[in-house]
Write a protein that binds this ligand. Structure first.
Ligand code: XMP
Length: 516
């Protein structure tokens, strides 16, 4: 469900990583933008009535066979446009200039000399640092274009046709290595396209609520609330839009962190006064996991049982026509083909993906155009408590994949107690927000220890804390030794049944973040 404010920019996707980074910068500048396939038909662009178009960078060479190209009609549209790197080379090639292959790739920092300061370089110094990463380059300007900046190696480092408001940048303004890059993008958005920066949490909430009401009308909407940031923000947004027509369902698998269920109930039922249904399925999950030690088998069983529990509850509301999910923008983008073919299957979210079809429900995804940090900002302005807003990601199968070996009630409790103490210490030491994820893992072995005068033979806890941007790669967190020591002392002294604590110093790769 798009939140479609008036002021919008389209980003043609010639390589998703590049397009996503540009999108993030544009949103930070308070302008709504959408990433669209590179081959979007001109009519579809007109339908969106954007203020401007950005052609993203991409890994291809404009000379490569099958290189992704936009529909030439895009350049006949009246909207201002900005080509970045590959996007600029496409402009050069398709608008009647010339593009050559460089003998060597130019990669790294370069000093940019501004030749024409109005438009893109308005209120910026004459000399700027920029980040280059390209093989091809524009050697001859298309008719109507002028050079607006150059570097020692690249005589056409930036070009512009001020009459048609078309611009090209050979360097990457979206990366942090171009320190004034955001200001260049800002000039494009505000000065060239005439945007005013209306994309704010408040404006998003208003337009999203309007659209939810329009879509849902008088029908009921079912939502799986996990207690994570995404489903929580989706729940609040829908509740604001349609109140009691929202049916939030929380399945307590018994595999959650200590106090999590209570916190969800306190937040949504007590504070926000939502009619939250809590399904207590703890025993069912334990029973289904009895004797299972293989991680993938655990995942399969948990996934299937989760869907059954959710479905049983949802069937009690036969009048519901919609299922709401907290799908985010990166999930939507990643699920498209690498070069932005039309949207194919969308990654399903939180184990309930098969439900819409099985139950004949239509999907409502109010966050599907948002990045995670935007979701947090929106959650904040909807009043979601900090504790939920800033919570570390938590895997769908929960503690089951952090209990190596068989999952039993006793072992779940041991892990919950140890994990809680680790998290408390991280928060007390100001480290919780500095790490991407941190948790305790219960190992499937016992070791010998000595407490007082007695020999012990008990369980081992591993502490895992990682720094990461997206969970794809991660480095182990260099926590202060005192923090690790305090946690270890507390766990061994306060959690009966644990007599040893170890700290995991493996990065990803070669390790993974979770142990199973
Ligand atoms: P790994 O262990 O693969 O984890 O390095 C990367 C990120 O994914 C989370 N993760 C999962 N999330 N279901 C989920 O919903 C799963 O089965 C699962 N396994 C790993 C993990 O917590 C980390 O954030």
């Amino acid at each position: 469900m798009p939140a479609d404010p008036q002021e919008k920019v389209l980003i043609l996707d010639f390589g998703s990583q590049y397009a996503q980074l540009i999108a993030r910068r544009v949103r930070e500048l308070k302008v709504f933008c959408k990433i669209v396939p590179h081959n979007i038909p001109p009519e579809a662009v007109v339908k969106e009535s954007p203020r401007g178009i950005v052609l993203s960078g991409g890994p291809a060479s404009v000379w490569a066979p099958g290189a992704p190209k936009p529909n030439p009609g895009i350049f006949k549209l009246p909207y201002p446009s900005l080509g970045i790197c590959y996007g600029m080379q496409l402009m050069g090639q398709m608008l009647g200039g010339a593009v050559s292959k460089a003998a060597h790739r130019e990669f790294g920092k370069a000093e940019l000399t501004v030749v024409e300061a109005d438009s893109l370089f308005d209120r910026l110094p004459d000399k700027l640092t920029c980040w280059m990463s390209h093989g091809d380059y524009v050697t001859q300007l298309p008719p109507g274009f002028r050079v607006i900046a150059r570097t020692a190696n690249t005589s056409i480092a930036a070009m512009g046709d001020l009459a048609t408001k078309r611009f090209g940048l050979q360097f990457h303004p979206e990366v942090v290595h171009t320190p004034r890059g955001t200001e260049i993008l800002k000039n494009f958005l505000y000065k060239v396209c005439g945007c005013e920066g209306r994309w704010t949490p408040g404006s998003f909430i208003d337009s999203a609520c309007g659209q939810i009401r329009e879509t849902v009308k008088g029908d009921q909407v079912i939502l799986g609330l996990s207690g994570g940031v995404d489903s929580s923000v989706a729940a609040l947004l829908l509740f604001k839009a349609i109140g009691p027509q929202l049916i939030p369902i929380f399945v307590d698998t018994g595999l959650l962190r200590k106090g999590e269920r209570e916190q969800v109930v306190k937040t949504f039922r007590d504070s926000f006064r939502m009619g939250l249904t809590v399904v207590n399925a703890r025993d069912r999950f334990l029973k289904r996991l009895k004797g299972v030690t293989d991680p993938e088998e655990k995942r399969r069983r948990i996934g299937r049982l989760f869907v059954s529990c959710f479905e049983e509850e949802a069937r009690k509301h036969p009048k519901a026509r919609f299922l709401a999910q907290g799908t985010l923008y990166p999930d939507v983008i990643e699920s498209r083909s690498a070069l932005g073919g039309p949207s194919a299957t969308i990654k399903t979210h939180h184990n309930v993906g098969g439900l819409p079809k099985r139950m004949n429900l239509k999907l409502v995804e109010p966050l599907r155009f948002l990045f995670k940090d935007e979701v947090r900002r929106i959650g904040k302005s909807l009043g979601l408590p900090e504790e939920i807003l800033m919570r570390h990601p938590f895997p769908g199968p929960g503690l089951a994949v952090r209990i190596l070996g068989e999952v039993t009630l006793e072992r779940v409790k041991l892990l919950q107690e140890a994990d809680q103490r680790f998290i408390e210490e991280l928060k007390a030491g100001g480290w919780y927000r500095k790490v991407w994820q941190a948790f305790a893992v219960l190992l499937p072995l016992k070791t010998v220890g000595v407490m007082g005068d007695e020999r012990t033979y008990e369980h081992v806890i591993a502490l895992r804390a990682v720094v990461s941007l997206d969970g794809m790669t991660a480095d182990w967190a260099r926590l202060p030794a005192e923090l690790v020591e305090r946690t270890a002392n507390r766990v061994v002294n306060e959690v009966r049944g644990i007599n040893r604590v170890v700290y995991d110093v493996t990065s990803k790769p070669p390790g993974t973040i979770e142990w199973e």
